[in-house]
Design a protein around this ligand. Structure first.
Ligand code: SF4
Ligand code: SF4
Length: 176
């Protein structure tokens, strides 16, 4: 059953996927120019991004997200280069997080945020980014229930992941 309030209930309990552990900001996913421009069109003058160095920890995390594509990851995110990420406050909360949730309209949010907690593996299968604090994952132990609870379909996950890959500079499909 769809559960439109699961993320609000998660936020009331905390922490949510909109928060990073302070000190771990470098592992935040990148936000491409395309995504930043779309956000800034909807929330002008908002700031909310910082330039982040491609540290070894960040690159290792990207290798995990894109297995088998180490060369492409290094080409897109060379060691010592930079990328934009979301800015967080001292407590690790994303600056776009308002009292009623994300202030960015859903269609313009970073693609990673729209996909979370879903991802796709190197064989084009939908997988989960397992996060123990995610209330939706705690309450919905089968993929089918989780899709329903978060109000997303498998084809939407595939489409969003393809859009994300293109926005970040990869080929459109996980097995390309
Ligand atoms: S951009 Fe919005 S959805 Fe993404 S982490 Fe920030 S507040 Fe959460
Ligand atoms: S996706 Fe999971 S971690 Fe993120 S707000 Fe919803 S329930 Fe919480």
């Amino acid at each position: 059953m769809s559960d439109p309030f699961v993320c609000a209930r998660c936020a009331a309990k905390g922490p949510t996927c909109c928060e990073l552990t302070p000190g771990c900001e470098e592992v935040c996913f990148p936000v491409s120019d395309y995504e930043r421009e779309r956000i800034l069109e909807c929330v002008p003058d908002s700031g909310g991004f910082v330039l982040q160095v491609n540290t070894p920890v960040f690159i290792e995390n990207m290798f995990t997200l894109f297995p088998g594509q180490r060369r492409k990851v290094k080409e897109l995110f060379p060691p010592g280069g930079t990328h934009y990420r979301l800015e967080v406050d001292f407590g690790g909360k994303c600056l776009f997080l308002g009292s009623k949730g994300c202030i960015i309209p859903k269609k313009a949010r970073p693609l990673y945020c729209r996909l979370f907690p879903f991802w796709m593996d190197a064989n084009g299968r939908i997988t989960l980014l397992e996060v123990i604090t995610c209330l939706a994952q705690q309450e919905n132990k089968t993929p089918g229930k989780l899709f329903k609870a978060l109000g997303i379909t498998q084809s939407e996950v595939r489409e969003l992941h393809s859009q994300l890959r293109v926005a970040w500079g990869f080929y459109p499909h996980a097995d390309d």
